[in-house]
Design a protein around this ligand. Structure first.
Ligand code: 6PG
Length: 246
């Protein structure tokens, strides 16, 4: 049985690429096609992106795509509760990697708002999503070595309520979760928020993360490996497109 067939399912499309260049090209093409499709039918489209290091070369390449970026709103899958100019801030990462070149014309909706409490920032993010009714063209996810995605960390004190939430965004307290690094207070999309996307991508590289992904596919305890929440979510309109390279 081919690798692709072994790792694919009705809920997951596994794409293994020979090298970084092919991986970047496939991810950029998938995101660009998702945006172009929604922009054909709507005045604007929304793109929600994760932080971390893995997607950075994809964001830099995506910035060079000649899309109607002035009609694209970019926001975040999740955010560390840090000041906008903090090195760990995901909105800052997007400003430095994606919102350059053609993509500089896109509008950015940050999640961490100075002088606002995290709960008020979550309420603002949910209200903004509800009010605008923008089509969610694509979400780009990563995976941590602990099996988290977005900021849904195993062991987070409010993980269960986040997984059950009908809201798009929630605040996450990941205190004591090694995967959260120096930023335990987070805002994250929930499985409900993630399922609403027309195109859902999971980007990973290397053998270690592939092993975590395969472990996730082999079980169903979402609290153990929260990435399982996006493998076959209720309400998802399309398979999760998983792009891997060595
Ligand atoms: C974050 C990210 C997070 C990320 C994974 C993988 O804010 O930390 O959104 O979910 O996707 O932690 O991070 P790397 O790509 O750096 O391994």
């Amino acid at each position: 049985m081919s690798e692709s067939r072994r790792l694919s399912s009705p809920a997951v499309e596994w794409h293994a690429h020979a090298d970084e260049s092919a991986w970047i090209e496939a991810c950029v093409r998938t995101i660009a096609e998702g945006l172009a499709r929604d922009l054909e039918q709507h005045p604007q489209a929304l793109l929600l992106l994760s932080g971390g290091g893995t997607p950075v070369p994809v964001y830099r390449a995506l910035a060079r795509e000649p899309l109607a970026w002035s009609r694209v709103v970019v926001s975040l899958v999740d955010e560390r509760w840090t000041p906008p100019d903090s090195p760990g801030n995901n909105a800052r990462l997007l400003r430095e990697t994606l919102l350059t070149g053609h993509a500089a014309e896109a509008e950015l909706w940050p999640l961490a708002i100075p002088d606002m409490s995290i709960d008020d920032a979550v309420r603002l993010a949910n209200r903004r999503l509800d009010a605008t009714r923008l089509p969610l063209a694509a979400v780009v996810l990563g995976i941590g070595g602990d099996g988290h995605t977005a900021s849904l960390f195993p062991g987070a004190s409010n993980l269960d309520s986040a997984l059950a939430s009908t809201e798009a965004y929630v605040a996450i307290d990941a205190s004591g979760c090694p995967g959260a690094g120096d930023w335990p207070q987070r805002i994250s999309l929930t499985p409900a928020g993630l399922a609403a996307a027309d195109t859902r991508l999971l980007l990973l590289r290397g053998g270690d993360k592939r092993a975590v992904f395969e472990r996730a596919q082999a079980g169903d305890d979402i609290a153990e490996l929260p990435v399982r929440a996006v493998l076959a979510p209720a309400g998802a309109s399309s398979p999760l497109q998983v792009h891997w390279c060595p």
